[in-house]
Design a protein around this ligand. Structure first.
Ligand code: AMP
Length: 579
């Protein structure tokens, strides 16, 4: 397949941003692809070379790409930089510079999809002495054979800035449309994706073995599973009305770990599918001792525990274990307890389709008593009253609340369903729950804050259907001086000259940033507002009143932010509470 076909579709995607239209265009590409191309096509559509957990990072910074563009265009790096600054986008700068050049030369060969993919893979994996030059040359080789539009796409690919254009969700729609003509196969494709986090594997199974092949996909050790998420209801009574007799577990406030084991090999993934194994040597040792299975995938919440006071430590302490350096010393200072709550796979068996009651029984059988890993405490509640008293017991033991679980529900990988319902102590005060919002911009401080170059954040909820971030508040309080300095530093590294395409905002902050960081925010209430775009109908959106910064959630991806539907849900819950 010619790479130009993909580049043209990308160009139209950027121009229309109408998902329905470009899904059809992408579907045509998949329908025309050879079976051997499908996997690569799926990854490139998604702006990646391999799934994130494989740890392949294109790692091409602006400087390196500028050198390649300079080599091919015959312009100096300084000149490339000037065009970059004017355009605010290096892909567009490459397009303009190469446009001038292609008018002069006619020597280019058509680029195939394979060639682009393979060269980019070589760029990503080049290492050691001289690897920077190799990368510059490999990229220049592609650019010298690329049309201006292809060059723009290639540069944006290597910079990782295409990623948000076509999310996994769109690729899944596309696969269904390519074969069935509509989205009817989407749900099953999504299930396979949620279990393996590998869009290429799903696409390939689908094109080689049809939907039956996709149905047979099961968890694979070391392929992270997308986490199941909890719905919310305001109280024990409402939960019991919804689920009837149900299980309830303590809600521990720490880091969610997905632990994979095969023989002696153990890997630990975060909720956003990053490999974190090296950060938790204590947990790895415990898994080898305490898990009675050759192969297993299970989840638990890791919480730092104070052995003297026998109290759980707050999230801010636990998160200190998420570090690259000084791992051993921190492990001694803050030992973790892992409260296991889900078994998803065990010795060849897919447990995700089993009801909670069976998964929990198998989990209990697999985890051996020991110091580090224990089972999340649970009860079977036969009444709303029993749920409420378990909730009170958990809160007084220092937990965040409870998670009620539907006894007959399967594990709902990657989705927020009412199979799990959370009830937190914070529901009794203020706004029902804190929100996790994605930073899309920041303000330069006024008055005393001028010295930090930081005055507050513009934050957004996520709209998964359109893959868009819509603003819901400006946050100006809750920051320590240290935090302000840290934000200024972190955010200035991801500043962009224009509003990112996937951000929907009426407000214009001092600086736009790429959606990357998630912050936890509390507020007094949700109100209607003409200045925010979250849940916008006509000219009214929803906004947080008196938002306060709580913490930085380095364990969450921008797409893990509270969704617009959840903001609406919280708004409605608040309406119920106030009668
Ligand atoms: P939230 O982040 O507020 O949506 O709450 C859901 C999170 O609670 C999960 O992602 C887990 O990290 C955490 N959690 C703590 N205890 C449990 C439990 N027993 N079962 C499931 N999730 C739990």
């Amino acid at each position: 397949m010619d790479f130009s076909l993909l580049a043209e579709v990308f160009e139209r995607i950027e121009a229309t941003r109408k998902r329905l239209e470009y899904t059809k265009e992408l579907a045509k590409l998949f329908a025309a692809a050879k079976p051997s191309e499908v996997r690569r096509l799926a990854y490139l559509c998604n702006g990646i070379l391999l799934p994130q957990h494989e740890g392949i990072d294109l790692g091409v910074g602006d400087k390196l790409a500028e050198q390649s563009i300079s080599l091919v265009s015959g312009k100096s790096v300084k000149e490339v930089e000037t065009v970059f600054r004017r355009k605010g986008d290096l892909g567009e700068a490459a397009q303009e510079l190469l446009h001038k050049k292609t008018q002069l030369t006619l020597s280019a060969h058509a680029l195939s999809l394979e060639k682009v993919y393979d060269n980019l893979m070589r760029v990503a994996t080049a290492s050691g002495v001289g690897s920077q030059e190799t990368k510059v040359k490999l990229l220049a080789e592609l650019l010298s054979n690329a049309s201006p539009n292809e060059a723009r796409v290639i540069v944006r690919l290597v910079q990782g800035s295409l990623r948000m254009g076509v999310g996994e969700s769109t690729v899944l729609d596309t696969l269904s449309v390519a074969k069935a003509g509509d989205k009817s196969l989407r749900e099953e494709l999504e299930r396979a994706f949620n279990l393996t986090s590998d869009i290429g594997l799903v696409a390939e199974s689908f094109f080689e073995k049809g939907i039956d092949g996709v149905r047979k996909v099961k968890p694979i050790p070391f392929n992270p599973i997308r986490p199941a998420l909890a719905g919310r209801l305001p109280g024990a009574k409402e939960i019991f009305e919804k689920l009837g007799e149900c299980a309830a577990e303590g809600k521990y406030d720490g880091l969610r770990l997905a632990i994979h084991k095969s023989g002696e090999r153990v890997e630990i993934f975060s909720r956003k599918q990053e490999k974190m194994t090296h950060m938790f040597p204590d947990v790895v040792t415990a898994v080898r001792k305490q898990v009675r299975a050759r192969e297993a995938i299970f989840e638990g919440e890791a919480v730092a525990f104070d052995e003297c006071t026998k109290r759980f430590l707050p999230f801010q302490e636990t998160i200190q274990r998420k570090r690259k350096h000084g791992v051993g010393a921190k492990a001694k200072e803050l030992p973790l307890h892992v409260f296991a709550f889900e078994l998803l796979y065990c010795d060849g068996k897919d447990l995700t389709r089993l009801p909670y009651s069976e998964r929990r029984a198998e989990l209990a059988a697999v985890i051996k008593q020991g110091e580090t890993i224990e089972l999340a405490k649970n009860i079977i509640a036969k009444s709303a009253l029993a749920l409420k008293s378990f909730f009170d017991e958990c809160v007084s033991a220092g937990l965040e609340g409870i998670i009620a679980k539907d006894l007959s529900a399967p594990y709902t990988a990657g989705t927020r369903k009412f199979a799990w319902i959370k009830l937190k102590k914070s529901y009794q005060t203020e706004l029902a729950d804190s929100l996790d919002l994605t930073i899309v911009g920041y303000y330069i401080g006024k008055g005393k804050r001028t010295q930090f170059g930081f005055g507050g954040l513009l934050a957004a909820a996520y709209g998964p259907r359109e893959n868009s971030f819509r603003t819901v508040c400006k946050i100006g309080t809750g920051f320590s001086e240290e935090r302000m300095k840290e934000f200024k530093q972190m955010l200035s590294e991801i500043e962009v000259a224009k509003k990112p395409d996937n951000v929907d905002s009426v407000l214009v902050p001092s600086k736009w940033v790429k959606p990357r960081y998630v912050v936890s925010v509390t507020a007094d209430e949700i109100t209607q507002s003409p200045t925010h775009t979250c849940c916008r109908k006509g000219n009214q959106g929803l906004a947080l009143r008196f938002p306060r910064f709580k913490e930085l959630r380095t364990d969450k991806n921008p797409e893990d932010a509270t969704t617009e539907d959840e903001v609406m849900e919280l708004y409605e819950m608040q309406g119920q509470k106030n009668g």
